[in-house]
Design a protein around this ligand. Sequence first.
Ligand SMILES: C[S@@+](CC[C@H](N)C(=O)[O-])C[C@H]1O[C@@H](n2cnc3c(N)ncnc32)[C@H](O)[C@@H]1O
Length: 306
Amino acid sequence: MGICNSKSKPNKSVPDKSRFEDSIKHHDIENNMYYLPNDIDESDRLQILHFVERYIWQSNFFAPINHLLNQEGAMVLDVGTGRGSWLLEMATKYPNAKFIGMDISPVQLNVSKPKNAEFIEANILEHLPFADNTFDYVFQRFLNVGILTKSWPSVISELVRILKPGGYIELMEGEILFNNMGPATTRLMNGMIIIFDESGLDSMACHKIHGYLEEHKHLHNVHYEIKKHMDFECGEKFYKMKYQIYANGLVAVKPKLINIIEASSDEYDELLKKMCDEMIENESFGLRVRVYAQKLDTSNTNVKSC
Ligand SMILES: C[S@@+](CC[C@H](N)C(=O)[O-])C[C@H]1O[C@@H](n2cnc3c(N)ncnc32)[C@H](O)[C@@H]1O
């Protein structure tokens, strides 16, 4: 039997096609503010992003779940799985657990999938097709691009609903602006902030995720970790990879952003090149936060009052 709960409300916004904007392939979801594409370049960008994040944190997760992941049949959900890089690595490392990668777009795999991994299409802004108390661990990384500021609390409630009592939820987000920005980078990234604001997205979500988990009445044991800079020498190659993550995203939003920052097409391309030099020279780093919490087990008498 598949993991999806057929008794749940159907997830109506699952896409069956994409749309093209200025020749760039995007998700074709009504009322969705997600502005990044869903093409091969984006998939490659997400692969680099995964390697960079693992390197920055020196781990794939923060919650104390090692014991859970080694249990036969432990259930893990990766929300907005993207290319599925995190999930595939985790599924390979923890063969006893079952991993579900969920995304609004179909995952295009160019590698074989471990037996304990499955991908489904669903929209986090709607009721998810899983029964209450399904997952031991729910992981969500970099969804500030897809969740409206006003929707964060309801998204978290939905994730808590499908989490088992005693299970863990973990969120990770980063700032859009970063330290030591040169002039070209500042111009581009300030434009990104305007895109976030105009779309109703929260460019400061990383500073709020801890509070969202603290405030949720079914969660306790909330912990967070902030990374403000790299703790060790990384070298030019690392900052080039970081640049590539931003640059590929900025190429995708070029048609929107050139209007916002009032740049010509050539000027924009020049700004991107300068941004590369600036990021390497300044060793630019964007603050990121990861936070986890545990779902209260209400059968246990030792619960906090709601
Ligand atoms: C920036 S990517 C992060 C991917 C992955 N979590 C990672 O860290 O590598 C955001 C992902 O969220 C997905 N997404 C955006 N809006 C979504 C929604 N409403 N429901 C489900 N997935 C969504 C996108 O398709 C994309 O794959």
